[in-house]
Write a protein that binds this ligand. Structure first.
Ligand code: GMT
Length: 419
């Protein structure tokens, strides 16, 4: 048996390689021969009709992967060839698109390695894709470690030109970037990117303050497709009987999401009216949350649904969405709820006040203000007219300020500024 093993390709490997067969075949057919040579080729974007981009993101559940995937889909709709370079197929890439390609990063394990060097495998795959497909632009979502892998790839393909755009999403700055274990590399790789964007003003400011980034950082807000996240249809699925109100939370159940407060708020609300709490997602805080629900005697009214693929089907079923995070650079799921006409009750931290307007599209409170959240949730659940009016305003603002089409255009402007 060989001591060298490939990780994680699963069914796709059986299908004949690192890419799904259809995409791999198309990719081979489309790859221009000249682009496979490492030479000082003319800047491809200037000579080719179809523009091409490599996108790297975390593919599992999480807002940064959603944003990267929806951006890729938006670019594909505008005639770009989009090459996702990632450890797994991004979860929101649910339908086949002929101009979207997936290149799986498959690190090799070996007994000498304590951990397979994933970042090197990623840089190597970036180089391979760039050279084989004549790509001159990489857009990485989440600085750690993707901006560092992209920097390495850019050095490796010299003298070919490869522009790197890095989008900062949240904990890549607020938790990991500032950790002494990663500080210097994160700072260096962001500074070395050709363009840097952040998903909120708050996050751009924190990157400047806490990481000392001096490079200009453009704010491109996260976005939603208002044709996908639509208000509840009368005939649709229900999560509770008609007279029972639905409070909803969705996250990756990490400490920053303040999960115990979600349960405590619900337990208080439940004392006043018939309600269900729908908890979507999974993560380290979930077992403790289940335990707390039992301790507070509300376990029968709390549904832990786990990770769910189709948020656009679930969010419209909520009457109120609750997000009491202790840190949140944007809160994409709150925006998706708004688009579905669901008012949001959230903490007033990070980028959340840039998304949720106090008293207009929802209510904001101090992180630990359980009574404040309870008051706002009850107000919305007991005043149907107010709840509906706020929901309608939330949808209008999601549409007007955070529309997918506008934000894809903004990213294209960022790419164009490199030409
Ligand atoms: O940084 C993280 O915690 C992960 C990341 C993700 O992949 O979901 O979340 C961040 O990026 C999202 C997309 O830009 C934002 O909507 C989230 O607010 C942000 N999370 C935090 O800041 C905690």
């Amino acid at each position: 048996m060989s001591a060298v093993k490939r990780r994680g390709s699963g069914a796709r490997d059986q299908a004949g390689g690192a890419e799904p067969v259809r995409r791999a075949a198309r990719a081979r057919a489309k790859a221009p021969r000249a682009a496979t040579k490492r030479a000082a080729a003319p800047h491809p974007a200037r000579t080719q009709a179809r523009r091409k981009i490599g996108i790297t993101c975390y593919s599992h559940f999480g807002g940064s992967g959603v944003v990267a995937t929806e951006l890729g889909l938006g670019l594909a709709r505008r005639g770009w060839d989009v090459h996702f370079i990632a450890h797994r197929l991004p979860f929101r890439l649910r339908r086949f698109e002929s101009s979207i390609f997936f290149h799986e990063v498959t690190p090799v394990t070996y007994p000498v390695f304590e951990q397979p060097p994933n970042n090197l495998a990623l840089a190597t795959k970036m180089v391979e894709v760039v050279e084989n497909h004549g790509i001159d632009l990489l857009h990485v979502h989440y600085a750690m470690p993707f901006a560092a892998s992209a920097y390495l790839a850019r050095q490796l393909v010299l003298p070919r030109r490869l522009d790197v755009v890095t989008t900062l999403h949240g904990t890549d700055i607020s938790v990991l970037g500032i950790d002494p274990a990663y500080f210097r590399v994160t700072q260096f790789s962001i500074q070395s990117s050709d363009r840097v964007t952040a998903v909120s003003r708050f996050l751009a400011d924190s990157a400047r303050k806490s990481l000392g980034i001096t490079k200009p950082i453009e704010v491109v807000y996260n976005f939603v497709d208002p044709e996908v996240f639509v208000p509840r249809s009368r005939s649709g699925v229900r999560l509770a009987p008609p007279e029972t109100r639905v409070l909803m939370h969705a996250s990756n159940f990490r400490q920053v999401k303040n999960i115990p407060v979600v349960i405590q708020v619900f337990a208080e609300v439940r004392k006043h009216l018939a309600a269900k709490l729908v908890m979507i997602g999974d993560g380290p805080e979930k077992p403790a949350a289940e335990q707390l629900a039992r301790k507070l005697g509300v376990e029968r009214d709390v549904l832990f649904l786990g990770n769910q693929d189709c948020m656009e089907e679930l969010l419209p079923l909520a009457d109120v969405f609750l997000l009491p995070s202790s840190s949140e650079s944007f809160g994409l799921v709150a925006l998706e709820a708004m688009s579905a006409e669901v008012p949001v009750v959230a903490s007033n931290v990070g980028g959340l006040p840039e998304v949720v307007e106090e008293g207009v599209t929802g209510f904001l409170h101090e992180v630990a203000d359980v009574q404040g959240y309870v008051g706002s949730v009850l107000e919305l659940l007991t005043h149907e007219k107010l709840r509906r009016a706020m929901g309608r305003r939330a949808r209008r603002i999601a549409r007007e300020r955070f529309n997918v089409d506008d934000m894809v255009d903004r990213y294209i402007q960022v790419y164009d500024s490199l030409r």
